[in-house]
Ligand binder design. Sequence first.
Ligand code: HEM
Length: 123
Amino acid sequence: MKADISNKHDIEEMINRFYDRVVLDEKIGHYFTEVVKVNWEKHLPIMYSFWENIIFHSGIYEGNPMALHQNLSQKSPLKMEHFQRWTKLFNETVDDLFEGEKAEYVKQRAMSIATIMQIKLFS
Ligand code: HEM
């Protein structure tokens, strides 16, 4: 049996493993390597805070992901299939590493944020 997500270190591991998959993915990897050349030293700590905020209400994330993805979609249109792939990779990463209430919660939140992003982008 796997453990649940229980501290900041777990979130860091989850995010690192998620982006390991993302950059290799044939459907969405190029958004991170070509459309935007992501500065990982900067991006990863932002993502740790974003998810820490969601899971433990203790992060210090203050960005605006909606605006950022709207901007990204203007460079290379984001479609439903991209969000489906993003969500699939996210869920697979969580399931590979963790099991429990927080693990279920984080997948649910990712899905609902992805849904809201799509509603905003496609309407
Ligand atoms: C089609 C799916 C998605 C793609 C291709 C995508 C791609 C990206 C890229 C390229 C960045 C920019 C990194 C940078 O400028 O350094 C980014 C930032 C970010 N993404 Fe996504 N993303 C997707 C979906 C999501 C979803 C569903 C969430 C949340 C559940 C999310 C959360 C974030 C956050 C929090 C940031 C950082 C914003 C900031 O800098 O304040 N993304 N994403």
